[in-house]
Design a protein around this ligand. Structure first.
Ligand code: SAM
Length: 278
């Protein structure tokens, strides 16, 4: 193991011998808060898809653009960010508080490393808070004391499930999301991004790539990463009205400017969208 596998302080509860979703994602984003076991997952997925890190970058850039849209164009000032991940450049609270310094953000995650780094980062920000809950147990989240104290469920808010639901292996993800949607006040928004199996008869190689990546993720020490179909992912929005351009490749959701390069095949295997509860 290299020296970087022994950082000066490994937060309590962090098991450096087992891969974690948050640390693997950090490795994909070229961060520093990951261990050999996490980088091994990245290496395995890269065997199937050399450009695998594009999955994480497409996702993260989508999150940033969605947050800008929600805070600026939609005027949302409360954010429930489920599965926040390890702090990196441009986290949700930084994006939205630059637009509205009063915006409140509640992060939830179940990874001890995320909680330790998140608490340190947010120590002096009384409008952004991090807590712990299982985000795939909506009632646990909706009854969480910190969530209820920090956010006002009588006013519109944004619920973010960005880069999370592909780690839910059950077949009832639409039902899970419906419980969240039912609890949201009118005017709220839901953002989801998800690994995608395009099932495009014109491009069968993309489904093969998605299947290969899924196999590597699920049989890795991390153990999750499902590539679902358009219908399966769309169903997670229930009957919310989709904000234009709908459920599309993450890279196609409100691009920052003209595209200068073709998308890598990996970037065609992750989609995102935003739904609005009227
Ligand atoms: N949302 C961030 C983004 O899009 O950049 C981070 C996404 S990261 C791939 C997924 C995050 O979800 C990780 O930080 C992981 O710890 C968290 N997570 C996964 N399953 C969870 C669960 N059941 N409860 C709480 N957090 C979970």
């Amino acid at each position: 193991m290299s020296k970087s596998d022994y950082p000066s302080s490994v937060p309590v509860g962090v098991d450096t011998s087992r891969a974690s979703i948050a640390r693997v994602y950090d490795a994909f984003l070229n961060g520093k808060d990951n261990f050999e076991v996490d980088r091994e997952v990245l290496a395995r997925v890269q065997q199937a898809a050399p450009q695998a890190t594009d999955l994480a970058w497409a996702n993260r850039d989508f999150l940033i653009r969605v947050c800008r849209f929600l805070a600026r164009s939609a005027g949302i000032d409360q954010f429930l960010d489920l599965g926040s991940g390890l702090p990196t450049a441009e986290n949700t609270h930084q994006v939205v508080q630059r637009i509205n310094s009063d915006a409140r953000v509640m992060y939830l995650d179940n990874d001890p490393m995320v909680l330790a780094h998140g608490r340190a980062l947010l120590a002096e920000n009384d409008k952004a808070l991090i807590g712990t809950a299982d985000i795939f147990q909506p009632l646990e989240v909706l009854e969480n004391e910190s969530v209820l104290e920090h956010l006002d469920f009588t006013r519109p808010l944004a619920l973010l499930q960005v880069g999370t639901l592909h780690h839910y292996l059950g077949d009832d993800s639409a039902k899970l999301m419906q419980t969240y949607i039912d609890a949201l006040p009118a005017g709220s928004f839901v953002a989801i991004s998800h690994f995608f199996d395009p099932q495009d008869p014109q491009k069968p190689e993309l489904s093969e790539l998605a299947a290969k990546m899924e196999e590597k993720f699920i049989h890795s020490p991390m153990g999750s990463g499902r590539f679902r179909t358009r219908d399966e992912i769309q169903a997670m929005f229930g009957d919310l009205e989709m904000v234009e351009p709908g459920l599309v490749l993450c890279d196609d959701w409100w691009q920052d400017g003209p595209r200068l390069q073709n998308l890598s095949p990996v970037r065609e295997c992750i989609v995102g969208g935003v739904g609005h509860k009227r």
